[in-house]
Ligand binder design. Structure first.
Ligand code: DGL
Length: 275
């Protein structure tokens, strides 16, 4: 008689989606990387646009919203994995959500480690929402990976609105990007910044505009490719079958979705609904 075998986890339904969650369109910057790595994965993209912007809310409000919504969504949508494609929600609520949900949860946290590896001047900028930049989670990443660097932080809520507007085809005043850049470069030591962490998933959606505002000597860094790799690793033994078109869900229905439809289609999201 051999050893009693350990119980195996139930096989994952090949049609079970990956659920990507954000307050708005920001998580599409993560979805783009997930698509590159896992082109066959069924996806549901959920935007809590009724709660947008998260960056202006308190920790308690964000934690309650994100845990409540993800609890209901995982029950109803049965994802194989949840990606909180939002730095604000992840830095505040990741631990709490992991406590209560059984499904694997991948968070999005500021890419301070790669920025610290890349900087030549030793001065790193971090752009995030007002809520993200004050988190202990960011302090811990700074202490762990950038203790010998100068990390300057700036909260840029205007950039969230700018990304939402840009994806809907609305014009944005370039002064918004200049102000975000100046919020970092005008701080003591800021003139030596050569790497900027985009610590909000909305910001890579306006990377070209931000790149122009910072100039060619500054590299912009975000964590989307790393998050996609983590999702690829956690699903490495699973198969994927798409039985239905990938869906974009919103918590508020009266939000000019029609303007977003061409963008959603570009990210392979062919259907939309209200959660
Ligand atoms: N996309 C979100 C993030 O990564 C936040 C945007 C918001 O303020 O809702 O932080």
């Amino acid at each position: 008689m051999g050893e009693p075998s350990t119980p195996e986890a139930a096989p994952v339904d090949p049609a079970a989606p990956l659920l990507l969650f954000d307050s708005g369109v920001g998580g599409l910057s993560v979805l783009a990387e997930v698509r590159k790595l896992l082109p066959d994965a069924p996806v549901i993209y959920a935007a809590d646009n009724a709660g947008l912007p998260y960056g202006d809310k308190t920790e308690a409000q964000i934690a309650a919203r994100v845990s409540g919504l993800l609890g209901r969504m995982t029950e109803r949508l049965r994802p194989r994995l949840v990606c909180i494609a939002c730095n604000t929600a992840s830095t505040i609520a990741l631990a709490a959500v992991r406590e209560v949900l059984e499904v694997p949860i991948v968070g999005t946290v500021p890419a301070i480690k790669p920025a610290a590896a890349l900087t030549q001047t030793g001065v790193i900028g971090l752009l995030g929402t007002a809520a993200t930049i004050r988190q202990g989670y960011v302090d811990r990443l700074e202490a762990e990976f950038a203790a010998d660097k100068l990390l300057l932080r700036h909260g840029a809520p205007e950039l969230v609105a700018a990304a939402e507007a840009t994806l809907r085809g609305h014009p944005v005043d370039p002064a918004v990007y200049a102000r975000a850049a100046a919020g970092l470069t005008s701080q003591p030591g800021g003139e030596r910044i050569d790497a900027v962490v985009l610590a909000c998933t909305h910001f890579p959606l306006v990377a070209a505009e931000l790149g122009a505002a910072f100039g060619p000597d500054v590299q912009l860094i975000d964590g989307a490719a790393g998050i996609a790799r983590r999702i690829g690793f956690l699903t490495r033994e699973q198969s994927f079958i798409s039985k239905v078109p990938d869906l974009a869900l919103f918590t508020r229905g009266d939000d000019n979705h029609v303007e977003l439809d061409p963008v959603l289609a570009r990210y392979g999201l062919m259907d939309r609904g209200v959660f």
